[in-house]
Design a binder for this molecule. Structure first.
Ligand SMILES: [Zn+2]
Length: 107
């Protein structure tokens, strides 16, 4: 589990990466969904996300941040979402590959 402060930091970091600036970030208990985004740039995330693995948090945060660029789920939204998700997977794979390399050198 991470703290709300850590969660907000992650949101801000990813926001910078995506090139958007959310006005407000709120974390509270939500009944029916993970997160929501207002047209004024206010993002609200469900408290239970703090217990979710990083991958799940990343997806939800990214989804909401991209809504600050595209308010709908249109073609542009989905292709941008795919691009960022794919890039994150590549980054993780690269990291793993490096870890393995270091292990090999150690032996
Ligand atoms: Zn959405």
């Amino acid at each position: 589990m991470i703290t709300p402060e850590q969660f907000k930091k992650d949101v801000m970091k990813l926001a910078e990466d995506v090139g958007v600036s959310p006005r407000e970030i709120h974390i509270q208990t939500m009944k029916r969904k993970w997160a929501s985004c207002s047209s004024k740039g206010r993002l609200t995330f469900d408290k239970s996300l703090l217990n979710e693995p990083e991958e799940v948090r990343f997806r939800v945060i990214l989804h909401e941040l991209l809504h600050l660029k595209y308010p709908n789920h249109g073609k542009m939204f989905n292709s941008l979402l795919d691009t960022y998700l794919q890039r994150n997977i590549n980054l993780n794979e690269e990291k793993e590959a490096k870890d393995h390399q270091l292990q090999d050198e150690g032996n």
